[in-house]
Design a protein around this ligand. Sequence first.
Ligand code: NDP
Length: 315
Amino acid sequence: RKGTVIITGASSGLGLATAKSLAETGKWHIIMACRDFLKAEKAAKSVGMSKENYTIMHLDLSSLDSVRQFVDNFKRSNRPLDVLVCNAAVYQPTAREPSFTADGFELSVGTNHLGHFLLSRLLLDDMKQSDYPSKRLIIVGSITGNTNTLAGNVPPKANLGDVRGLQGGLNGLNTSSMIDGGDFDGAKAYKDSKVCNMLTMQEFHRRYHEDTGITFASLYPGCIATTGLFREHIPLFRLLFPTFQKYVTKGFVSEEEAGKRLAQVVSDPSLTKSGVYWSWNKDSASFENQLSQEASDADKARKVWEISEKLVGLS
Ligand code: NDP
């Protein structure tokens, strides 16, 4: 049978390129989990995906109700779940004030981390039940969360501190909107959310890999300087960034190439190792990358996991 893969944020950028790449193999049915139905439909058409290879299902990760509703809808579809890709993200580098999810969490961490945390926890049982030979849960990471790399050292750096802000619920009222309890910084909030993504992947691996056989993985697909992620950046930045990445840092990858990389993590028979953060070298060959000290801190991973469970109502 065909594999079933859910991809969040498949309406643009990396998610769309991955959906296209998997659809072309004819071996996958893609559930495009998107907040804007029409945009997703147009996107699927624009890259030539044929109807029998995808279904669009509504998901707004900035609302825990919507996440629960999505999970119910998916269960009702009676499809098995073989692979889940947590890809969607918001990035607000120029925001001066925080904005908030429906549940009152700062938007970047609330969407990128907490929304996906609830989604993957609620779908884990479906993955356990699937008889697919290589089940995988993939959470897209980022180099910006790795302070052990040059790009990860561009300020403001990711830093979760003692997670006092997360503990307080990131609501910006009685506590800070930032995980470390500091002043709001949109670029840092995004990087912090990516560190949470990478910590969550490893905590999943520690808690569930042995019992379930599910492969848990994260990746840095390269710098895809052309995606919508940078839509809120200042125009001059958007104009110069792709060129800068191409010629100066040489980290630039096209959306198509990045999509092929994520599609490998979904389906390549050689990428089944669990607990790995994949990256690609200059020749587009995959390798197991090192995470920064904070992004591989097992105590912090457990702490973030336990606090996140409380915030999304799982404990
Ligand atoms: P895009 O902005 O193109 O894609 C982000 C996707 O997330 C869009 O489909 C967007 O939906 C969706 N999304 C945003 N908010 C929500 C929400 N509340 N509910 C549901 N979906 C939502 O960016 P990229 O493709 O670049 O980013 C994809 C992933 O790749 C992210 O995890 C990012 O961190 C990661 N990444 C990107 C890099 C880059 O250089 N671009 C580098 C490394 C990692 P909509 O279309 O409706 O806006």
